[in-house]
Design a protein. Structure first.
Length: 288
């Protein structure tokens, strides 16, 4: 059986080597940065008036670059292109590249700008460190939900207490529980906390205890809790990335193994025939 690589396998190998090359990801990142810079320049009306045609040409250039990159990544999965669609990043790239070509989308200026802005997110797939951050954010979502619930309960409790203590003196800030929660939420950054302490002390001496306990519970404890949740999620994401990098290579497909076994079996049969031919030489003994 002929084991010579086919043109498709040679193309796939070349594309895989190209995708794995460091300069390929670096070039893709440069294109993403240039695309982001162009989007920023389009917000200046002076640039649009003087170089509007250049921006249109650059948009087609960026779209062509992204399309070529996507095509190379697709060819790297040949002769089994189904693996290309198993990667969510490939599906995301395919969506933002093909969406501007869909009728109804390309006429919507706002949607087109959002799609062009979404290309910046592609930078996360090019560098493992950025992927770790993205995975860490995704893993922190369950913990963030619990954190938001705790924060809401703390704000609600202090808002009700603030409404009872300061509602009559400061109706604009503590007139309702909603206004009180908004006021306390803005105080999480401790901006203007000195003036707030003086205003609370003017109403009652207990105002200082109220705001100090709120600063400790909300500004310090809750902030540290949020940092802990995010750092724990980032650590887990980094461990997952290391395990994925150290994972053993996937076993060869069964069809490839069967082809190699057939080649070895054919070579063994040829060798047996050669040995049998050498042993079957007619022995003409010198019986005369």
């Amino acid at each position: 059986m002929d084991s010579t690589p086919t043109p498709v396998s040679r193309l796939a190998a070349a594309c895989r080597a190209l995708v794995a090359a460091p300069w390929f990801n670096a070039a893709s990142f440069v294109v993403i940065l240039l695309n982001a810079l162009t989007l920023g320049l389009e917000t200046y009306h002076g640039f649009v008036r003087s170089a509007g045609a250049v921006f249109h040409v650059l948009e087609y250039v960026f779209l062509a670059c992204f399309s070529v990159e996507l095509l190379v990544r697709f060819c790297a999965h040949l002769p089994r292109p189904g693996r290309f669609f198993r990667d969510r990043w490939n599906l995301f790239d395919l969506a933002i590249v093909l969406a501007p070509l869909i009728p109804g989308v390309r006429e919507n200026v706002t949607l087109l700008r959002l799609l062009r802005l979404a290309r910046i997110v592609r930078a996360f797939r090019l560098f493992p460190s950025l992927r770790v951050i993205l995975v860490g954010i995704r893993r922190s979502l369950p913990g963030l939900a619990s954190f938001l619930l705790i924060t809401l309960l703390v704000l609600y409790g202090y808002a009700m207490l603030g409404w009872m203590v300061f509602g009559h003196a400061y109706p604009e800030q503590y007139g309702t529980v909603g206004q009180a929660m908004l006021t306390l939420f803005l105080l999480l950054s401790l901006d203007g906390i000195t003036d707030t302490l003086q205003a609370g002390r003017a109403v009652t001496e207990w105002g200082i205890l109220y705001y100090l306990s709120y600063m400790i519970a909300a500004s310090y404890l809750l902030t540290n809790l949020l940092v802990g949740v995010v750092l724990n999620a980032l650590q887990e994401a980094q461990e997952v990335e290391k395990e994925a990098a150290a994972a053993p290579p996937a076993p060869a497909p069964r069809s490839n193994i069967e082809e190699r076994i057939a080649v070895l079996r054919a070579a063994l049969d040829d060798l047996e025939r050669e040995v049998a031919g050498a042993d079957a030489v007619p022995v003409e003994a010198g019986v005369r």
